[in-house]
Design a protein around this ligand. Structure first.
Ligand SMILES: [Cu+2]
Length: 229
């Protein structure tokens, strides 16, 4: 359902479609009532326009048969609101509250004005000598669930991967855990989505979603470089 969304924007994480669908439902339900309201307004303007010899009437809206024209649309719109709230809580819970078990964990560090990443290396454990640290380039494997530990060394930043529909503020003094699971290989943008100073606009990075073979190859090149220093 609603897969015309895929024509509009590329998506590359397991929860991206859920977020797209939620936004589509808000647009559809909001748009539906907006069209009806505007249609009725235009119709009333035309129907009750100035006519020679007809005096304007003042309607207080207190009679029962007048009030139903307010109550019924009002109740139906509330019903749509409840539907949107239920869908939103459901998506929020899956994206932000639930933490599926991780295949690997990365550290993401925002600083004025670049992104720093720590990959766990061959042993899959952070904080060991084989960790691989990079600036502006994050490498992950397709189809694996990642936890990220998001930090900042200075001010507020926001780790945003548009193609994943992922956005998370980083807050000074806190380590924030989140997750994602890439579904498609490729190189995608990482942005900072929180005003963080004069260099905010150039605080870009790239996420490389790779096959396990490509990832292993990248990892061994990194470790060879590290050993040669
Ligand atoms: Cu920023």
């Amino acid at each position: 359902m609603l897969d015309f969304m895929s024509l509009l924007r590329e998506s590359a994480s397991t929860f991206a479609r859920d977020i797209d669908h939620l936004i589509a439902w808000v647009a559809i339900l909001g748009g539906f009532w907006w069209l009806i309201a505007e249609g009725v307004l235009v119709w009333l303007i035309v129907k009750f326009r100035h006519k020679e010899g007809v005096r304007a009437q003042y309607i207080t809206g207190e009679k029962k048969e007048e009030m139903k024209w307010i109550h019924w649309p009002h109740n139906l719109i509330l019903l749509c609101d409840v539907a949107i709230i239920i869908m939103a809580i459901n998506v929020w819970y899956n994206v932000k509250q639930k933490l599926p078990p991780a295949d690997d964990t990365i550290r993401v560090i925002g600083q004025q004005w670049s992104w720093r990443f720590v990959h766990s290396g061959k042993d899959g454990i952070l904080g060991t000598p084989d960790d691989v640290e990079t600036v502006e380039d994050l490498h992950v494997q397709v189809g694996k669930t990642y936890h990220f530990k998001l930090e900042t060394t200075d001010v507020l930043h926001n780790f945003s991967v548009p193609v994943f529909r992922l956005k998370q503020d980083s807050i000074p003094g806190r380590v924030i855990t989140g997750w994602f699971k890439p579904t498609m290989t490729g190189t995608f943008d990482i942005q900072c989505a929180e005003m963080c100073g004069i260099g905010h606009g150039i605080m870009m990075g790239r996420i490389h979603v790779q096959t396990p073979e490509e990832y292993d190859q990248w990892l061994s090149t990194q470790q060879k470089v590290a050993q040669s220093h």
